[in-house]
Design a protein around this ligand. Structure first.
Ligand code: C2O
Ligand code: CU
Length: 489
């Protein structure tokens, strides 16, 4: 081949690459997976009964229902609309979501919309947002979904018990302008549940105080409510997985037989640019938006998405098993040979540490004189001292974990950016609402409070820890009654 010809070939290739990156993922806006590839895994969806294209209006009932756990075991679970997880709620960015919620559980509850920037009155926290919804009661949640991303919903009353008994579901806010280009998409709710093997839940306080200190994990790992579902795939063809960890204590350390995950987003939608890895840790409450193109293995065995052991502190890896989550069977189709180029991009403004108000949040664990353990914020269980914030203020939170267990730290209502030691947000930039604070480590984050006044919660999303004292509030644009602030001076 002569030199000029070579140059033309390279030029064409380069043009194709540039073109494909501006379009996101090349030539894969069509479905490329085998038919009914996800029928074993797909979530039921909530029914929109409003004809207005910009309003999604649904009924959601918290009720006791008989649920089969895949293992054949039946339990009387706490459910949304009869299933674990609850129905997938699908809206588009900017849509108004109206949820006619009724509670027929034998105890009060609420619905919290994890990660959504809703007004405080819609946040589902008793006292700060609304009264608890009693047995037989109802409440209408009504808000606009301002941000695209995978979110989720769960109760905020006796959370460890109620989430543990099955109350959680996914809420997907789609952005029609998003240029991802992968049609075959799956929402995956990872969770676990604790039963005694005979159709009864383990009592929420099983394991006593040590169980609280550690965080109780369930003994059945569930993928969209099933155990070990099978997904069909065409080798080499891209799939988009949108994953939420809805377990009350368990971390998932995902691995797919060494194959690559291209992460394009997380809690608050797309991240600045994709990054690749062959393992991914999701703490309770966190989400990931991944592109995977599973490839046939040499031996032809199904691929397995697994959760590897993960050290979240003292006693968390001993006597544990690797958990198989999803088996991926390759359909007898020719290898998909289009190049999989993931080139999503989102402009995210980095928050500035300069001028941000410093706030110190120590995650603590103490033993009381009667021997009982209590988690706390700056030494105070269920911190009574709200952090004060003005509307429009940016704060730099230093979250220091003084305990021997990791804590997935969650802030209600506002996204934050994780910053490095120099005070600059880490790249790829991403909006988060939940971040793992490893044991005996410190994580710093920048948050800007927009105009939604109220008392907003922050807490550990290991729900036993939250119920054990690891929670507090930030008073945004309202008097932080009593004790003013716990700012650093
Ligand atoms: Cu998932 Cu207080 O929240
Ligand atoms: Cu915790």
């Amino acid at each position: 081949m002569s030199r000029p010809a070579t140059r033309i070939v390279w030029g064409t290739l380069l043009a194709a690459l540039l073109l494909s990156s501006s379009l996101g993922l090349r030539a894969s806006g069509d479905a490329v997976q085998p038919e009914r590839w996800d029928e074993n895994v797909r979530l039921p969806e909530a029914v929109d009964r409003n004809p207005d294209p910009h309003i999604v209006e649904i009924d959601l009932e918290a009720r006791v229902a008989d649920v089969e756990l895949g293992s054949g075991e039946h339990v009387q679970a706490f459910t949304y609309n009869g299933g674990i997880p609850g129905p997938l709620i699908r809206v588009r960015k900017g849509d108004r979501l109206i949820v006619h919620f009724t509670n027929t559980l034998p105890q009060p509850t609420t619905v919290h919309w994890h990660g959504l920037r809703v007004p405080i009155a819609m946040d589902g926290v008793p006292i700060h947002s609304q009264p608890e919804v009693p047995t037989g009661g109802s409440f209408t949640y009504d808000f606009v979904a301002r941000d695209a991303g995978l979110f989720w919903y769960h109760p905020h009353v006796m959370s460890a018990a109620q989430v543990g008994f099955g109350l959680y579901g996914a809420l997907l806010v789609e952005d029609p302008d998003e240029q991802v280009g992968v049609r075959d998409e799956l929402v995956i709710v990872l969770s676990d549940i604790a039963t005694d093997g005979h159709g009864h839940f383990e009592p929420p306080d099983s394991g006593g105080p040590a169980g609280m200190v550690f965080g109780r994990e369930g003994n059945h790992v569930l993928v969209n409510g099933r155990s070990h579902p099978v997904l069909k795939a065409r080798s080499g063809a891209p799939q988009r997985w949108r994953i939420v960890n809805a377990a009350k204590s368990r971390y998932f350390n995902l691995e797919l037989d060494g194959q690559i995950f291209t992460r394009i987003g997380g809690d608050g939608g797309l991240q600045e640019m994709p990054d690749k890895s062959d393992a991914l840790v999701l703490g309770p409450g966190e989400r990931a938006d991944l592109i995977v193109a599973p490839r046939r293995t040499k031996d032809g065995q199904p691929l397995v998405l697994r959760s590897l052991l993960f050290n979240r502190g003292y006693g968390s890896v001993e006597f544990r098993d690797i958990e198989d989550l999803i088996a991926i069977e390759m359909a007898p189709l020719p290898e998909y040979t289009e190049p999989v180029i993931v080139a999503t991009h989102r402009d995210i403004e980095p928050l500035q540490a300069a001028g941000a108000t410093p706030v110190q949040v120590d995650l603590t664990l103490a033993q009381k004189s009667d021997g009982a353990f209590e988690y706390g914020i700056n030494g105070v269980p269920f911190s009574k001292a709200p952090i004060a914030a003005r509307v429009g203020e940016t704060q730099l939170w230093t979250v220091k974990n003084t305990t021997k267990w990791s804590h997935p730290f969650h802030l209600h209502g506002f996204f934050f950016q994780v910053v490095d030691d120099t005070g600059n947000p880490v790249h790829p930039l991403a909006w988060k609402d939940t971040v793992n604070v490893p044991f005996e480590a410190t994580v710093r984050l920048l948050v800007r409070f927009d105009d939604r006044p109220g008392q907003w919660m922050y807490h550990c999303h290991i729900l036993d820890h939250a119920d054990g004292g690891l929670m507090g509030t930030v008073a945004v644009g309202v008097p932080a009654d009593l004790h003013p602030v716990n700012h650093v001076h």
